[in-house]
Ligand binder design. Structure first.
Ligand SMILES: Cc1cc2nc3c(=O)[nH]c(=O)nc-3n(C[C@H](O)[C@H](O)[C@H](O)COP(=O)(O)O)c2cc1C
Length: 187
């Protein structure tokens, strides 16, 4: 059976990060369980457009309705290896930090924490309030990983595609499923 990973897409800016994660996971033959929030659908439409949003969905092995709290990935019994939320809004971050489990995305994230599986949040907002920082601390205390989608300036990326692909590769690497995919500092 293919390794499965949940890819959550919330309504923060940075929908390209979701597409790059999905592209890389597909290249690695890792099956993606895709879940978008209502605002995640909106930002995909705004930032990616119809064709790239269709590509994101095509790359998924399964697409879950973000309001379907009875979906397989809402249960710890679903054999997924971990989850990336790319991008992760401050609303979804807050819900995950407080264990709210109020959408399928935040429920699936909570499931990863309770099952002690890797959870990587590409939390995007700037600047950050104390509430955002406290929520990031709370998730970190529960062993989730906060990966702010900041560029690897030291690699001197040529364009935004190179930046988002590198950030997505770091997110996938943090699941520690295979050998590292991200470009490393050459020294
Ligand atoms: C174009 C656009 C960009 C947004 N960017 C961000 C962002 O970068 N970070 C953030 O926390 N919220 C951002 N928001 C606001 C979220 O979409 C909003 O808080 C929403 O309730 C998040 O819900 P969700 O976590 O269920 O997707 C943005 C909204 C829009 C319309």
């Amino acid at each position: 059976m293919n390794t499965r990973v949940v890819l959550g897409v919330s309504g923060a800016s940075g929908a390209a990060l979701a597409l790059d994660c999905a592209r890389l996971l597909a290249r690695m033959a890792i099956a993606v369980d895709l879940v978008l929030t209502r605002m995640g659908c909106h930002t995909c439409a705004l930032e990616l457009g119809a064709d790239a949003t269709a590509e994101l969905k095509m790359l998924a092995a399964r697409i879950h309705d973000g309001a379907d709290m009875a979906a397989t990935i809402a249960s710890g019994s679903c054999p997924v290896a971990g989850m990336i939320v790319a991008p992760c809004s401050m609303r979804s971050l807050a819900a995950i930090a407080s264990g709210l489990d109020d959408t399928l995305l935040t429920r699936a994230a909570g499931v990863q924490l309770k099952e002690r599986r890797p959870l990587v949040l590409l939390a995007r907002e700037a600047p950050l309030t104390l509430a955002h920082l406290r929520n990031m601390t709370a998730v970190t205390e529960m062993s989730g990983i906060i990966l702010p989608p900041v560029p690897a300036f030291y690699l001197k990326p040529d364009n935004m595609q190179a930046m988002t692909a590198q950030i997505a590769a770091r997110a996938v690497d943090l699941l520690r499923l295979t050998v590292a995919q991200a470009d490393a500092w050459p020294g």
